[in-house]
Design a protein. Sequence first.
Length: 424
Amino acid sequence: MTTVDVPISHLRENPYEIAKSQLRKVADTFAIDPNLINVLQECKKALVVSVPVSMDDGTTQVFQGYRVTHNVARGPSKGGIRYHADVTLDEVKALAMWMTWKCALSGIPFGGAKGGVVCNPKTMSEGELQRMTRRFTSEIINEIGPEKDIPAPDVGTDGRVMAWIFDTYSMNKGHSVLGVVTGKPLTIGGSLGREEATARGALYCVREAVRKRQLSLQGTTVAVQGFGNVGSYLAKFLAEDGATVIAVSDSTSGLYNPNGIDVQAAIAHKRETGSLAGFRGADPISNEDLLVLECDVLAPCALEQVITAENADKVKAKIIVEGANGPVTPAADEILEEKGVLVLPDILANAGGVIVSYFEWVQGLQEYFWKEAEVNAKLNDIITRAFNETWSTMESRDISMRLAAYGLAVQRVSEATVTRGIYP
Ligand code: NAD
């Protein structure tokens, strides 16, 4: 047996400490009772499991897995499962807390959770991934369920992984339980529009921001970091709206063309070869240079902490749309605010995924499925309302959009907690 080594993390700061300090800042600005903050800064439950997996070469590797529930005051907890070599318990806790705020800001009846397994899915065979997923699901099976805690895809996981979780859970219950995960393939109860939903929600937020600033997306220049689920669809949608996507990147390579990249062709290239490397019609660019490119809109859609105190003053974009969770550190936030950069915060900008996950859960419970146009229209309603509520709070209190979004969300969770009372 071997235990998987944990590599040096991409995380420079502890994300859970960041999440807690953001919460304290919100408490000060919105005068929230310190007793409530004591409750809200802790996670309700954190499960650490070891996941032994028979590998194709005959060895047994043991992976570390986590499932954390931050809060359930407003409903069952909801949050993705991440497969990545850098996953840590504190990262999962931070992501779980951000899920609580994201659901509250959108007004959907969920609390926050997150999960992760420390692994590199790119180096694992389909069989190894499936065995790891099924064993991980078995280890957390008593904690998840449609009324309890509902996983979804995140970095390194997709509809295929959700299908294995759904099947493992259902096999153990003796019948199909559609509501146990979201982000399922359409053939087994997924929702139309779910795959593109996070990017579509981000698009709706960018449209509103551009409208508020009395600009137009036509001819707006855009740079997108990360070319997975969120980044590739967001680049595609923005290009369809008339924007010029001048740069895109993934973990292996970046592409730059000031006249615009053919996003559809880049998606096809990535699908065929597994990476952006070797795509013709653009020059190479590093991920560091992409972030500080001359452009109107910058969309970090990969991992946390890519815009820090070190590079924030070099950012030239006028609008940053946080497709990823936590891509801007608090120190960078202050620098960007000083420079007048409008940051559309993660809990708003990437909420489209959890909003359509909510629709998928509702459709699964009712066994009645909606048309894609209906899904997209309802998503637009919910996220645009959240955007406008955040915008008015920002203006009326003269604070950043992030602080406004967190303030609204934390107030809603606080109210739910007070209304329910602290048990017993
Ligand atoms: P994904 O695995 O589909 O894609 C991640 C992308 O980031 C890949 O293209 C990968 O190559 C790239 N990447 C990884 N490390 C990188 C690096 N160091 N530099 C540049 N690119 C790098 O994941 P996803 O689902 O698109 O998630 C991306 C982000 O969006 C995450 O922060 C996730 O938490 C957040 N998010 C995802 C959803 C969703 O529905 N999938 C919802 C809300 C938020």
